[in-house]
Design a protein around this ligand. Structure first.
Ligand SMILES: NC(=O)c1ccc[n+]([C@@H]2O[C@H](COP(=O)([O-])OP(=O)(O)OC[C@H]3O[C@@H](n4cnc5c(N)ncnc54)[C@H](O)[C@@H]3O)[C@@H](O)[C@H]2O)c1
Length: 302
């Protein structure tokens, strides 16, 4: 926890130095602070809190400067930030019927249900591990398979069963659903399919805030821009990455054998408002939130 606070403190001070005056760890004992306080240049401050249960919240205290207070408990109340993909898609394609099937395993995801309803998106409470649940969804032209146990830490010190049953067998159920209905498939895979040891052995440059990939690399498919599909896939990658890579292979066979159309997207980082991130995603999520909202934050703060 202390390390996560320290990394966030460093990011606040270095990457947002134009709006951050200072950042410090507060509360608890000095070896175990329970908040990161970020002082903004307008005199307001943000408190970030991480819980032992893997949740987080933040609190933007602006009372001294503009009589406002803003809290975010794993779910921002910023309706003006439209980063929720189903909603964006529906807004741009009002005639399209969208149905979201989710077992609401991700704590807090039920808070999104009223927003789906308001935007004309039907919701089915269902589990992709269960074929009958998928059958109840009826007909579809396109499936976006984005349900998952998305934590790269899943299976460490715990059973991998949920991870494998959802991320691999659940994906196979979705592919069967697509095959029977002749539906197209977009599969959200991950950059975690690339093996860890090969990544760790790449050539990095140490900069003031991070390690960056050097332009010249001896491994094919790697450069300062990241990785391409030519990056070697041999070696361990975590069970999360393995279930995604196995799903990719099966989807490719479905495309070849059954002629369904499919897209595999090896996403690097997906973040945004209304995502109920866990502590292992918080660094990306909070820095992502600040970046996403920096256009709105800067005029308020300066
Ligand atoms: N967040 C990232 O940075 C990132 C990066 C690369 C790939 N991805 C992939 O993108 C997709 C979305 O990731 P996210 O970070 O938004 O995760 P998320 O946990 O917010 O969303 C996953 C959803 O799947 C649901 N779910 C879990 N198990 C299910 C099951 N058995 N049946 C039905 N629904 C189930 C959860 O309730 C949750 O709403 C995942 O496939 C993930 O692997 C995410």
């Amino acid at each position: 926890m202390l390390l996560t606070y320290r990394i966030l403190e460093q990011i606040a001070k270095t990457e947002f130095s134009d709006i951050v005056k200072n950042a410090t760890l507060i509360g608890g004992k000095s070896a175990q602070p329970n908040k990161l306080r970020v002082f903004l240049i307008d005199g307001s401050f943000l408190d970030f809190w991480l819980s032992e249960e893997n949740d987080y919240s933040f609190h933007w205290e602006q009372r001294a400067v503009r009589g406002l207070i803003h809290r975010w408990d794993n779910a921002p109340d910023h309706p003006e930030v439209e980063s929720f993909p189903h909603l964006e898609f529906k807004k741009n394609n009002p005639e399209t019927q969208i149905l979201a099937l989710d077992n609401l395993k991700r704590r807090g995801s039920e808070l999104n249900l009223p927003r789906l309803k308001q935007n004309g998106i039907e919701f089915i409470h269902g589990d992709i591990r269960n074929r009958e649940d998928l059958e109840s969804a009826g007909k579809a032209d396109l499936i976006i398979e984005c349900s998952a146990e998305p934590s790269v830490m899943a299976g460490y010190n715990s059973s991998p069963e949920y991870l494998i049953n959802t991320n691999l067998l659940g994906t196979v159920n979705c592919l069967e659903y697509a095959r029977k209905r002749d539906a197209d498939v977009v599969f959200l895979s991950t950059s975690r399919v690339y093996p860890m040891r090969t990544i760790n052995n790449l050539d990095f440059i140490e900069t003031s805030t991070r390690f960056e990939l050097s332009e010249e690399q001896s491994i094919p498919g790697a450069s300062s821009k990241g990785f391409t599909e030519d990056f070697p896939l041999h070696g361990p990658r975590t069970l999360y990455g393995a279930t995604k890579l196995a799903s990719e292979l099966i989807l490719q066979e479905y495309i070849e054998m059954y002629g369904i159309r499919g897209v595999i997207n090896r996403c690097g980082l997906l973040t945004g408002s209304w995502q109920m991130g866990k502590v292992d995603q918080i660094i990306q999520e909070i820095s992502g939130w600040i970046k996403e909202n920096s256009e709105q934050l800067r005029p308020i703060l300066t």
